[in-house]
Ligand binder design. Sequence first.
Ligand SMILES: NC(=O)c1ccc[n+]([C@@H]2O[C@H](COP(=O)([O-])OP(=O)(O)OC[C@H]3O[C@@H](n4cnc5c(N)ncnc54)[C@H](O)[C@@H]3O)[C@@H](O)[C@H]2O)c1
Length: 378
Amino acid sequence: MTSNATTHFTSAPRTGQQRDAAILVTGAGGEMGHGLLSALSRARERRELILALDVRELAPEIRAHCDHAFVGDICDHALLERLLAMYEITAIYHLAALLSTRGEFAPETAHQVNVGGTLNLLHLAAEQARSHGSTVKFFFPSSIAVYGMPDLATKRSAGLVREEQYCDPHTMYGCNKLAGEHLGRYYAHHYRKLSKDRLAHPIDFRSIRFPGIISAETMPSGGTSDYGPEMIHAAAAGKEYCCFVRPDTRIPFMTMPEAIESTVRLMSAPAESLRRTVYNVSSFSPSAADFARLVGEAFPNSVISFEPDAGRQSIVDSWPESCDDSPARTQWGWKESHTLESAFSRYLLPRIAGRYRSVASEGTGESSSTGARPMLAK
Ligand SMILES: NC(=O)c1ccc[n+]([C@@H]2O[C@H](COP(=O)([O-])OP(=O)(O)OC[C@H]3O[C@@H](n4cnc5c(N)ncnc54)[C@H](O)[C@@H]3O)[C@@H](O)[C@H]2O)c1
């Protein structure tokens, strides 16, 4: 079923007169896609297929959670048209994006993928809704990068920042995410305002502004909040780590299982309980020094230094120290599962240490020789 060099099915989709109902996950091969596909495959209704789309081939363990996987680009209109023709898509989890650090090196490309690609997916959802006559649910992972604190003094004195405050992003990625939030609201409530045959609400758009997300399963890649997770992964692998922000740098974080849980929870909330389209969530707000302290306690041989990079520091300094997530708590029951300490002791350390020990022993045939033995007695 290969149509061109960059777009192909990794398994043959079912064909027939009737289109199969399906959930589409874009960016399925990334850090979040990994956990989300597994959660969706556990929770889905039996009649819905799970479709994955990514520019990269999926790893076999991710591939196992979906029915059909496509290698292709969200900017490829022909591919999206084919999906529209082949499936009755009832929900889209649109994760594909170029993250903040890469986006700042190639801002125009980031705009094409992050805004152009999001527009394509929103259009696909609206066309789906027209073709089967019912609303398509759409999940959009936004980011604290939509905020732009004017200076460090304001950041430090702002307290809990609400969704509508300080939305003046300093990065292309932040601009793109804010644009995605606005486009989602437009498609949900105002799409084709002047058309006589318009559907009033083609899309049920729901978005979370995620803080930095820490995953034990995957290496971070290209996020400006990645210094926390990078520090932990480096210590577990027995490598020195030079942190690109100052020790006093503070932004909100959560663990990847909490990010997945919040996504599933928001998407299953009754529409009548939701009074916003975009919600803050966060679990804890450590400084970079807090991360380094806990890593040092867990891996006594770890070596962490601080050498702030002016550009990346200025980006993190433009993000709030902490966000007000009370609308998420009261409207759809968001609640964190972890403090920073429990995230380390109960989630990160057992999994990350096991992961690097098995990598080391695969290489040497022995147990880890990196000196990265975690202290798990918490
Ligand atoms: N991880 C975080 O800390 C964090 C925080 C806030 C928001 N988010 C958002 O959550 C989403 C998922 O993040 P992640 O951490 O899994 O990112 P990731 O970089 O690990 O995954 C993104 C995936 O999108 C794919 N992709 C990129 N361009 C594509 C294109 N043109 N067509 C198809 N696929 C493409 C990549 O191959 C990758 O597998 C992103 O939208 C990101 O902006 C992440």
